[in-house]
Design a protein around this ligand. Structure first.
Ligand code: HEC
Length: 157
């Protein structure tokens, strides 16, 4: 680490983050989890630097999830783009969600809007079907996103 002065601060953040992630996974915080703002304060990447499980999950995100989002979602929900009021560039944005509220309930993909819009049962003309036009994600791509949400939504920032 080139910035030793920040190391122990990051470690504390990482620890706090781990506790919050566990709490979020164990407690049905759902609806009022506007409070989920707190786990976003620190980068999960910081936790990944000290925790092998977090590191593996970050790798999973980078290899199995991010390329799918880049190819299918980010042109409308990345960078400065927020169709439906929704941006998915950062964990904080995903937890905040768009006009319909939080897009992800950590640890509960079945209750997460992010997975609902990917449901293959949505009609082709359903406005909530994502991506709105063209091919839907493959079952394997959706499964990877489901696992990513179930395993804590670990991502770079
Ligand atoms: C061509 C642009 C476009 C692409 C590509 C796209 N979306 Fe959307 N997305 C929209 C629009 C427009 C809305 C608002 C739909 C509505 O409310 O009628 C939306 C809404 C959403 C919402 C709901 C936000 C809210 O709070 O209502 C989620 C979640 C979402 N998109 C996820 C995704 C995912 C995941 C992908 C990639 C698989 C994706 N989108 C790809 C345009 C896009």
């Amino acid at each position: 680490m080139s910035r030793p002065t920040t190391v122990h601060v990051l470690r504390h953040f990482g620890l706090a983050l781990a506790h919050l992630a566990v709490a979020a996974a164990v407690l049905p915080l759902s609806g009022c989890s506007g409070g989920a703002a707190s786990p976003t304060a620190a980068s999960p990447a910081a936790a990944a630097s000290t925790n092998p499980q977090q590191a593996a999950r970050l790798q999973f995100y980078r290899r199995e999830v991010l390329p799918t989002l880049q190819a299918n979602c980010l042109r409308c929900h990345g960078g400065m783009n927020r169709r439906g009021g929704f941006n998915m560039s950062t964990r904080a944005n995903l937890l905040q969600g768009g006009k319909d509220g939080p897009a992800v309930i950590i640890g509960r993909p079945e209750d997460s809007l992010l997975l609902h819009v990917l449901d293959p049962k949505l009609a082709a003309d359903d406005p909530m079907r994502m991506p709105p036009k063209g091919d839907r994600l493959s079952a394997a791509q959706v499964a990877a996103i489901r696992k990513w949400v179930a395993d804590g939504l670990v991502m770079d920032r």
